[in-house]
Design a protein. Structure first.
Lengths: 85, 382
């Protein structure tokens, strides 16, 4: 899973919900020009390949190892109770 | 309390704040969560006061968005400490040392008189963690960290758990009735219980977490509402289910004549009605919130770029149904309620998206504090 920013034409971007392995942060959608939008999301390698097939561009924001390192740092801060809450 | 707090730490902290501050009262909401957790809120108001506009700040609806509940708790804490001491509320300076070179963010101050106007002139309600079950699960293991929904048990015969609490509110909930095919394809909500993100639930307000918020909004007659989420540096105001228009009041989410015909598209044939004064008020309050963040960024160009929040209607490209902020706004058909979704932080600039690392968290926290304090100042003027 990597954090990416995806860009492309309106119709293709509105259909991104169909892409397996893509977890969009839809509130991040912003218009780049009349018919081009971009949105951030977390994507598997398979989802990235699907985006490419659909003619959409994707820019890497954080690679899987970066995300994992950040997550490790956060989990080291969490003091868990016995039940994990 | 160290960031990120756990669900149990949040609930405990609410009790501590109640015990420590006369102007603060903790109340448990009526509905326990699916896993039996209590959900509580704080009421902040000068002792004996029961007047003034009512404001509700909520957070933690989406389990994986870890920063908002912490930021809401520290806002309450700092507001109460400043009020009781008769001091200014100082937002501490912050240096982003992960940037190269460092980026300085100067201290910002809310004058003691402004703090007093807020606490003595308003009834402030703060519900820091709507969905503690989801938060506990998200924080239980790195493999669960991206969990978004609550922990509703699976229906018989289904392996799939959880409802998106920010798609379950009783406003345009029934998306299959609401939209045409294009709108249904684009909507950021689904009737599929196995969708890991945006399952709307079996019925409107089926979730105890959602009934808690709906009850609080209605019973306390909330006039100003902010639902704090992450991420995208935006202040979103209604509507989220379609683009706004102020020409035709008949185009509205309650009107069955438009069922199955709404497009959920920017610039489409259908637009959700919102009266012009309501748009103007949201733009004005939103700009005050945005400007509070930006003006505290100081003179460093990079700090200013990273402190730019956009004020927009909820619909950009993807319509949303059943959200808290649309529901709050819908409670008065005359459009008098001011309601925002604050999407704090960013995927960019090392801010970590849903889960900012502790070194950058103070930047997110100060943005939440500055914007919400600006809204409180606006509310206190009415």
């Amino acid at each position: 899973m990597q954090l990416v920013r995806i860009a492309g034409p309106t119709v293709a971007m509105r259909a991104l919900g169909e892409v397996e392995g893509l977890d969009l942060e839809r509130s991040s959608a912003s218009r780049l020009d009349d018919d081009t939008w971009q949105v951030a999301g977390y994507a598997t390698d398979e989802a990235l390949a699907e985006l490419e097939q659909r003619g959409l561009s994707s820019e890497l924001i954080a690679a899987p190892d970066e995300l994992a390192a950040e997550r490790d740092e956060l989990f080291s801060q969490i003091t868990r109770d016995e039940d994990g809450s | 309390m160290a960031y990120p707090s756990t669900a149990r730490e949040i609930e405990a902290r609410l009790g501590e704040l109640d015990a420590a501050h006369e102007a603060c009262t903790r109340t448990a909401l009526p509905n326990r969560t699916h896993e039996g957790r209590t959900v509580s809120y704080l009421r902040i108001a000068a002792a004996g006061s029961d007047s003034g506009p009512r404001v509700l700040f909520a957070g933690g609806a989406h389990a994986r968005e870890w920063a908002p509940p912490d930021a809401l708790l520290t806002l309450v804490e700092r507001l109460l400490i400043a009020y009781e001491a008769g001091d200014d509320l100082v937002i501490a300076a912050f240096t982003d040392a992960a940037a190269s070179p460092d980026i300085p963010y100067p201290a910002a101050t809310i004058a003691a008189a402004g703090v007093r106007r807020i606490v003595e002139g308003l009834q402030l309600f703060v519900l820091p963690c709507i969905n503690p079950d989801g938060r506990a699960f998200s924080q239980s293991s790195p493999v669960n960290a991206m969990w978004r929904k609550n922990r509703r048990p699976p229906a018989p015969g289904s392996p799939c758990r959880g409802v998106d609490t920010n798609r379950n509110f009783d406003v345009a909930w029934d998306l299959e009735r609401y939209y045409d095919d294009g709108g249904e394809q684009a909507v950021a909500a689904t009737t599929d219980p196995c969708d890991p993100q945006t399952y709307i639930g079996p019925s409107a307000a089926s979730e105890p977490e959602v009934r808690n918020v709906q009850a609080l909004l209605a019973e306390q007659r909330i006039a100003y509402f902010v639902d704090v989420h992450s991420f995208s540096r935006k202040l979103l105001y209604p509507w989220g289910m379609d683009d706004n228009q102020s020409r035709d009041p008949a185009q509205n989410w309650r009107n069955p004549a438009w069922d199955d015909r709404r497009d959920g598209a920017p610039g489409g044939a259908y637009g959700e009605f919102i009266a012009r004064p309501a748009i103007d008020r949201h733009e004005r309050v939103g700009r005050a919130m945005r400007d509070a963040i930006l003006s505290a960024a100081g003179s460093d160009r990079r700090a200013r770029v990273r402190s730019e929040y956009a004020v927009e209607p909820g619909l950009a490209l993807y319509p949303t149904t059943g959200t808290a902020s649309d529901y709050a706004f819908s409670l008065d058909e005359n459009g008098s309620i001011t309601s925002f979704t604050l999407e704090c932080g960013s995927d960019a600039d090392g801010e970590g998206g849903f889960q900012p690392v502790p070194s950058i968290y103070p930047k997110i926290e100060r943005e939440v504090h500055l914007s919400l304090l600006a809204m409180l100042a606006e509310a206190a003027r009415t």
